[in-house]
Design a protein around this ligand. Sequence first.
Ligand code: 2HG
Ligand code: ZN
Length: 458
Amino acid sequence: MDRPALPPDLRRALEASVGSDHVVVDPDLLVAHERDWTGRFGGATPALVRPADTAQVAAVLAACTRAGVAVVPQGGNTGLVGGSVPRRGEVVVHLGRLQRLDVDAHAGRVVAGAGVTVARVQEAAAAAGWSYGVDLASRDSATVGGTVATNAGGIHVLRHGPTRSQVLGVEAVLADGRVVSHLGGLVKDNTGYDLAGLVCGSEGTLAVVTAACLRLVPALPVRTVALAGFADAPRAIRAAGRWRRAVSDLVAEELFFDDGLSLVCEQFGLPRPLRATHDAYVLVEAAAADDPTERLAEAVGADPEVGEVAVATDAGGAERLWRYREAHTEAINALGPPHKLDVTLPESALPAFVREVRDAVAHLAPDARTWLFGHVGDGNVHVNVTGLAPEDDRVDGAVLELVAAHGGSISAEHGIGVAKLDWLHLNRSPEELAVFRAVKGALDPDGTLNPGVLVPPG
Ligand code: 2HG
Ligand code: ZN
């Protein structure tokens, strides 16, 4: 991989803005930032720049735009669609030093710098008697900047909505260095275009998020987790729908299958969680101010389609059950770079999709393996396919077309990045895509910010 050179004038301007220690050009230090978490997407960068605050981000972006050099913003680099890594010589603007964290315990909100991890926001919220509505397996690395820029989902979307539902305002820097800031945090604030809502989910293509004001939700300190085994996917999906309607304390509802569970158990040396082997599993978590166990047991224990169930009411037991679900991503990655197709289906189409998607992959790539798991509570299935060459995207196209044919979304929570760009038209009309391009052109006329991501060429 040829590493592009950083133009000397730009290097001087960047060093003047952030200090020479924070303009990294040593190839050994750059490699970790050049490939995404899956190992499927990446390229070479001439430099990684580490601004310390919003003013420095502004100076960096203005210098890059003046020099005609594109940038890719990066936080924890936990993205899964190739949107956080350089592909064609972009400078990486790393937001890790933006660590502001101010909690307003009275109002129930927090202003967090882009580099603060989701786990730190959760801890700060808990210390103030609140909770943060977003949680995801990559909580210790994923950052506020990245999760806002991608409108990250996670395991609590069915209760609290995705990241966009938590965002009360953002501070972001445009490509020319202008700062757009609206961090007042008022819940009722009906003063025109929702710029925070627009920047959230724009995947670094419109502005670089430097801070966000996030709402907090009431803490629900008593939690119970149940893992139920089912004879097949339709039974599991039907039960998940019944529990969503019956259990008002439900905060998470996840689905996985026996092949994924066996892989996790093998790779991490874990005992199987239930006595018997079942085809499909649903993990549910209920949380409340008082003990929700009885209410959850009433629904899960009495469900005629459940084959077997394990319940955890203490934190250690809950973590143990969650591990079977959360370790899927790592276990699958160990098999080689997967193709990740993060999709949502209408509830009524889920059983058919689960059956048809395996057939569709097997038809095109008989040697590939299909792994299905995800957030069944909001119809979100993570279709992972291993055993394909990274650049062979015939399976990607077939799966995404199947999703669209069922009225689903080709990206539930990971975003479009570069991975899904060729299929965005399945969900977005030519008129919508023209608006995407108009917005991009208005905010980033020189195309400095994350080129090739999210916005298809006209
Ligand atoms: C999860 O739900 C993440 O664990 C990752 O969204 C999903 O690995 C995946 O495909
Ligand atoms: Zn997920």
